[in-house]
Design a protein around this ligand. Structure first.
Ligand SMILES: [Zn+2]
Length: 215
């Protein structure tokens, strides 16, 4: 009797299982302890919050670069982070070119930049897709700020304005005023909208970057 659950079953008999918890001074088995689940979860949530805040206080006292390193290993697991990091680096490489060439591009004129040449060769569908992809890239880099490769984040941050200017200039020179591309009214609206979106997400990335690295 000493080790048995004290609860009464639906048939009105005493439960035969061994007790695992003591809830409200009564011994309960796994099944009958379920009735207290609501309270258990509330207590656990409160404790988890307390536990986390304890470490956040510790973390806040550390220098920024060490904070960054700890966050890298805390968010998801390190192996997965490396994998995400690799994928994100590759996305920049294929969309914009490797950061080294991007930084040289920083001082290049519009026509001298390799990225301009890639853009000019695109038809209007490819061009529209490219804008969407760059937007998405900025979103991803914002989302994974704490685990992305610092060199790439850095490059993306410093070329931010430049890339948008190149795209805007391309829109103006080749797409907006017609030229070899004939746009319908809807396509032009879509193009304008994705340009606005790009500027917006790039700004969000910039803010997040500054918050993360420049404090
Ligand atoms: Zn029971």
């Amino acid at each position: 009797m000493k080790y048995r659950c004290q609860c009464i079953t639906l048939e009105g008999r005493r439960c035969k299982k061994a007790f695992s918890f003591v809830c409200n001074k009564a011994k309960c088995c796994f099944i009958h302890a379920n009735a207290y689940l609501k309270y258990v979860l509330t207590i656990q949530n409160a404790y988890k919050g307390y536990h986390c805040r304890k470490y956040v206080r510790l973390l806040a006292r550390l220098p920024c670069d060490i904070q960054g390193k700890i966050l890298f290993y805390m968010r998801y697991d390190a192996k997965k982070n490396k994998c995400i990091q690799k994928i994100l680096c590759k996305k920049v490489d294929t969309l914009l070119g490797i950061p080294q060439t991007l930084r040289i591009g920083f001082v290049l004129a519009f026509f001298e930049n390799p990225y301009t040449h890639t853009l000019i060769q695109m038809d209007k569908t490819e061009f529209a897709n490219n804008i969407l992809q760059i937007s998405h890239l900025y979103k991803l880099y914002t989302k994974y700020m704490s685990i992305i490769n610092h060199d790439y984040a850095n490059a993306l941050y410093f070329i931010n304005h430049y890339v948008i200017n190149i795209i805007a200039e391309c829109v103006y020179r080749y797409h907006f005023i017609g030229g070899s591309y004939l746009y319908t009214k809807e396509e032009l609206t879509a193009l304008n909208n994705s340009m606005q979106e790009l500027k917006k997400v790039a700004d969000v990335f910039k803010l997040e970057y500054e918050y993360h690295y420049c404090q």
